[in-house]
Design a protein. Structure first.
Lengths: 113, 110
């Protein structure tokens, strides 16, 4: 089955620690995205990537980093600089940046210990 | 700048129709979308409408677009308990940016 897989489902971060959220897709999509969702709020774009080895900052990139070494993978690192990391993180992909139909993973809930 | 607004909550009885409303501000919107999110899950694309259309029907779903008033609605006919979820509208506008509303939580009562 084609789709987007995010792992882990739940993640806990200690103060001062960096954590990495995984996102893998086998849809052969060029574009991938990371969104943050806070309770009662819409999705806010953290980073996006249109092609391998290229990525752009979204609206709330501070305290986060990404890489896109392979087409299938777009991991997100939440660094210690992100002071309020508790949120639901959603990864998505689309055929191209100009194709707006996004397919979403099932999300990772990150909490601070 | 872009802004997409939705009401927070909608309660509806099983079998009735649900209407979820959304307003947006960017007149350059090309596509408008409705996504559904069930608890603890990602978003699922339900339907979308191109900005030169004013209505689109897909089985129990009807999307209405009033471009003059920048108003989008999603009507769900014969609402079922499985329709309980959060519904997000989103617009794709100039600058290649997808902007989401805050979501409407729909509760279907038996």
């Amino acid at each position: 089955d084609g789709g987007i897989t995010q792992s882990p489902k739940y993640l806990f971060r200690k103060e001062g620690q960096n954590v990495t959220l995984s996102c893998e897709q086998n849809l052969n999509h060029d574009a991938m995205y990371w969104y943050r969702q806070d309770p009662g709020q819409g999705l806010r774009l953290i980073y996006y990537s249109q092609i391998v080895n290229d990525f752009q900052k979204g609206d709330i990139a501070e305290g986060y980093s990404v890489s896109r070494e392979k087409k299938e993978s777009f991991p997100l690192t939440v660094t210690s600089a992100q002071k309020n990391p508790t949120a639901f993180y959603l990864c998505a992909s689309s055929m191209a940046r100009s194709n707006e139909k996004l397919f979403f993973g099932s999300g990772t809930q990150l909490s601070v210990l | 700048g872009e802004d997409v607004e939705q009401s927070l909550f909608l309660s509806v009885r099983e079998g009735d129709s649900s209407v979820i409303n959304c307003t947006y501000t960017d007149s350059s919107s090309t596509y408008l979308y409705w996504y559904k999110q069930e608890p603890g899950a990602g978003l699922q694309l339900l339907t979308y409408i191109f900005s030169n259309m004013d209505m689109k029907q897909d089985q129990r779903l009807t999307v209405l677009l009033n471009k003059k008033d920048k108003h989008l609605s999603l009507r769900i006919a014969d609402t079922q308990t499985g329709d309980s979820a959060i519904y997000f509208c989103a617009e794709w506008a100039a600058g290649n940016k997808l902007t989401f509303g805050g979501g409407t939580r729909v509760l279907v009562k038996p």
